[in-house]
Ligand binder design. Structure first.
Ligand SMILES: Nc1ncnc2c1ncn2[C@@H]1O[C@H](COP(=O)(O)OP(=O)(O)OP(=O)(O)O)[C@@H](O)[C@H]1O
Ligand SMILES: [Mg+2]
Length: 208
């Protein structure tokens, strides 16, 4: 089983959006998948409640950053972390998970906050660079702010795996308990393209 942590202490960066969409990708391909919601806001579990029964199942797991357990039959567990955790909880989460995805919004405040977060991880020796990747979220391409984000992320020497467009498609899908992959292809083909590098990265054997 592989556990994939989606984390960023900055609120609203897209953790639940990434976690729910990644879980739905595995569901679509019939991979037994759990979505572990460690946030008291329970955005991911709320999304799961909306999910129509005719779509492939995702096992919802309620937990806390200190404690969550994944059913044995699961092959992929996607972990939606809360914005607020203690340093000890964060450390434990990083130890427990195989891959870490950090979504970052392309705004100066979010870029600086991500810099602090990554700096703390480095200080605490938690950051295993080979299995931590950033995703630029809600990106409007060809904007100056996106170039700033790209330049900053490159400096951190953590891979910028992909960027996801700022689009109502995520909101429309989320309302119905769908993932972007389960929407009509003509609507979402650009978004599905954005996801390809992320899926490839997550599925790579980072321990090799
Ligand atoms: N790529 C995107 N395009 C458009 N809207 C998006 C995108 N990503 C996220 N959103 C919207 O931004 C808001 C915040 O996203 P989300 O809830 O995923 O962030 P979060 O990091 O989980 O927040 P929190 O820290 O509160 O848990 C939501 O309304 C979501 O629908
Ligand atoms: Mg969330």
């Amino acid at each position: 089983m592989k556990k994939i942590l989606v984390v960023n202490p900055k609120g609203g960066s897209g953790k639940s959006t990434l976690a729910t969409n990644l879980a739905s990708y595995y569901a679509l391909w019939n991979v037994p998948v759990a979505l572990c919601d460690l946030d008291p806001q329970q955005s991911s579990l709320e999304w799961l409640k909306q999910r129509p029964e005719n779509l492939n199942p995702i096992i919802g797991v309620e937990g806390t950053p200190g404690r969550f357990s994944v059913p044995g039959e699961v092959q992929r567990a996607v972990v939606d972390a809360p914005a607020r955790t203690t340093q000890a909880q964060m450390q434990r989460l990083f130890e427990q998970c195989d891959e870490v995805i950090i979504p970052v919004l392309p705004s100066p405040i979010d870029i600086r906050a991500a810099g602090h977060f990554v700096g703390e991880l480095l200080l605490d020796n938690m950051l295993k660079k080979s299995r931590t990747g950033l995703v630029a979220n809600r990106v409007r391409e060809h904007t100056l702010i996106y170039s700033n984000l790209e330049a900053f992320l490159n400096k951190l020497r953590i891979p910028l795996i992909t960027h996801l467009r700022d689009t109502q498609n995520y909101i429309r899908a989320a309302e119905r308990g769908y993932g972007i992959f389960e929407m009509p292809p003509y609507l979402v083909d650009r978004d599905v393209d954005n996801w390809r590098p992320l899926i490839q990265w997550v599925e790579k054997d980072h321990k090799a």
